[in-house]
Design a protein around this ligand. Structure first.
Ligand SMILES: NC(=O)c1ccc[n+]([C@@H]2O[C@H](COP(=O)([O-])OP(=O)(O)OC[C@H]3O[C@@H](n4cnc5c(N)ncnc54)[C@H](OP(=O)(O)O)[C@@H]3O)[C@@H](O)[C@H]2O)c1
Length: 340
């Protein structure tokens, strides 16, 4: 940690604990198609899907398993509010290239050829107690946070770019919204291509989230002017969702204590509905500007590492090389490029 970061961190903590939650203004999304990854009940993805559907959007949600149950839960929650909804679901595992391919193919076959909003929301933050001495790796050999939070979402975005460009060309507005985290501040450009520091799972999470910032800014630079496809990235807040339960899995007593004190956690943290607001805002606000980092429904402070456009370009290129390799072969991965 840098001493210059302290005022920023105090302000962040103060707003997290004591600030009132901002609310995204209602916007008519009739005629817009939105994909939200990772929308399991209890998550901010679920609340985001609920709102975008309530505002008239054609919403597609993904979960790792049983998406139909999530769709039913969303429809039931909306009908309690007297609203009907246009929601479908599909399985998606971002760590499995085949699964990402199948989802993109399914979307392309089943939906019209336009995608207005892609919210790369699904993510993990495991090992909250920072006990891992070595990285946990996915079957194709990547550090698990990097593979889930960044690489999988980048691959999905790549496969859906034709539909995003169509929406941008026909309707003048398509958006990719990457859900990052304040912890992207733990990321360093020098660590993006090969690991120099001893492994620390919080830093690994930060690296994956810094990469999502570069990715969103690069989308803005590459596609906003010519194709009306804009890139947004955001910190949703500190929110009581399922993420911390998963991050404490296997910790025995601590997990039990957390369950016991979850009502207090819910008092301190934002609710999923509150935590969903910034991504709803980025997805829907008619005049929000692309290419920035958002927090609490307004522009926020982003890690200065993200202003290095050469790093962003290299990350983009190496990621594309990897994506091509997994798209062109039937195998589910390669360790040749993009951070082992
Ligand atoms: N909660 C916070 O305080 C906080 C703070 C900063 C940033 N964020 C970010 O906000 C986003 C949403 O998190 P959340 O708090 O709503 O957590 P959550 O309740 O755990 O929801 C995460 C969603 O991502 C899905 N997911 C996990 N691994 C996946 C994979 N390999 N492939 C596809 N989907 C996968 C989960 O599916 P399963 O249900 O199957 O696991 C779930 O639907 C994440 O990107 C997270 O990093 C959260």
């Amino acid at each position: 940690m840098n001493f210059e970061d302290i005022p920023k961190m105090i302000r962040h903590l103060g707003r997290t604990l004591f600030g009132s939650a901002p609310i995204a203004p209602v916007t008519d999304l009739t005629g817009k198609t939105a994909i939200i990854t990772g929308a399991s009940p209890g998550s901010i993805g679920f609340e985001t899907a609920k709102t975008l559907a309530a505002w008239g959007g054609n919403v597609i949600i993904t979960t790792r398993s049983n998406p139909d149950a999530t769709v039913r839960a969303l429809v039931a929650a909306l009908s309690l509010e007297g609203k009907s909804a246009n929601i479908t679901g599909h399985t998606l595992d971002l760590t499995d290239a085949q699964s990402v391919n199948s989802f993109a193919e399914w979307f392309q076959k089943n939906d019209e050829n336009r995608l207005h909003i892609l919210i790369n929301n699904a993510g993990i933050h495991l090992d909250l107690l920072s006990q891992w001495k070595e990285p946990t790796r996915t079957p194709d050999g990547f550090e698990i946070h990097w593979r889930t939070n960044y690489l999988g979402s980048a691959m999905l975005t790549h496969l859906l770019l034709p539909q995003l460009k169509n929406a941008g060309a026909i309707d003048g507005d398509a958006r990719v919204i990457n859900v990052s985290s304040h912890l992207h501040n733990k990321g360093l450009n020098s660590e993006l291509f090969s690991q120099q520091r001893p492994y620390d799972s919080w830093e690994a999470y930060g690296q994956s989230k810094l990469a999502t910032v570069h990715h969103a800014f690069e989308i803005q630079r590459r596609f906003a002017q010519q194709f009306n496809v804009k890139g947004y990235v955001l910190h949703p807040g500190a929110i009581a969702t399922n993420i911390s339960g998963k991050g404490l899995e296997g910790t025995g007593l601590l997990q039990k204590l957390r369950n016991l004190f979850s009502p207090i956690e819910a008092l301190i943290l934002l609710s999923p509905t509150e935590g969903a607001q910034t991504q709803i805002y980025c997805a829907s606000h008619p005049s929000i500007i692309g290419g920035f980092y958002y927090e609490r429904c307004e522009r926020g402070d982003v890690n200065t590492e993200s202003s290095d456009t050469l790093v962003a370009e290299r990350l983009w290129d190496e990621t594309q090389t990897w994506i091509q390799s997994v798209c062109n072969t039937s195998e589910t991965g390669t360790q040749q490029t993009v951070k082992l």
